[in-house]
Design a protein around this ligand. Structure first.
Ligand code: FES
Length: 128
């Protein structure tokens, strides 16, 4: 028997997701809070994670055992991830990460840190 029904990992320890490419720490806190507001508490675990080597596309979130990856997640997306994916089993398609290949996919950066090729909005440092 698995220890948890689902395990949600949020990149909060990498160089970029926690505060440069978005608010990874806020995403983690919002997901924890949203899970706590449901009856999923004992079945779904939300954990901090180190870098997933997808830097520039984040904040990154991955849900196992589904193997569903989300990119450019904001704290405001947490409730939808919990309600749609974790409660109803329907991944949030608009947030799905679709990498071009297996493995590391770190975007190059402009001089100001902006990831080159990022399609999602990028909050400049300090804009959250
Ligand atoms: S810093 Fe989050 S994927 Fe690298």
């Amino acid at each position: 028997m698995p220890v948890y029904e689902r395990h949600v990992f949020v990149c909060t320890r990498g160089e970029w997701c926690p505060s440069v490419d978005g608010d990874g720490l806020g995403v983690h806190a919002a997901l924890k809070s949203a899970v706590r507001s449901t009856d999923l508490g004992g079945r779904v675990r939300v954990n901090h994670s180190g870098c997933f080597s997808q830097c520039g596309n984040g904040p990154m979130v991955v849900v196992y055992p589904d193997g569903v990856w989300y990119a450019a997640v904001t704290p405001a997306d947490a409730a939808e991830i919990v309600e749609s994916h974790l409660l109803a089993g329907r991944p949030v398609e608009r947030l799905r990460y679709d990498p071009p290949e297996f493995g590391s996919h770190q975007l190059e950066r402009e001089a100001d840190g902006r990831p080159i090729g990022r399609t999602a909005p990028w909050p400049a440092r300090g804009e959250g």
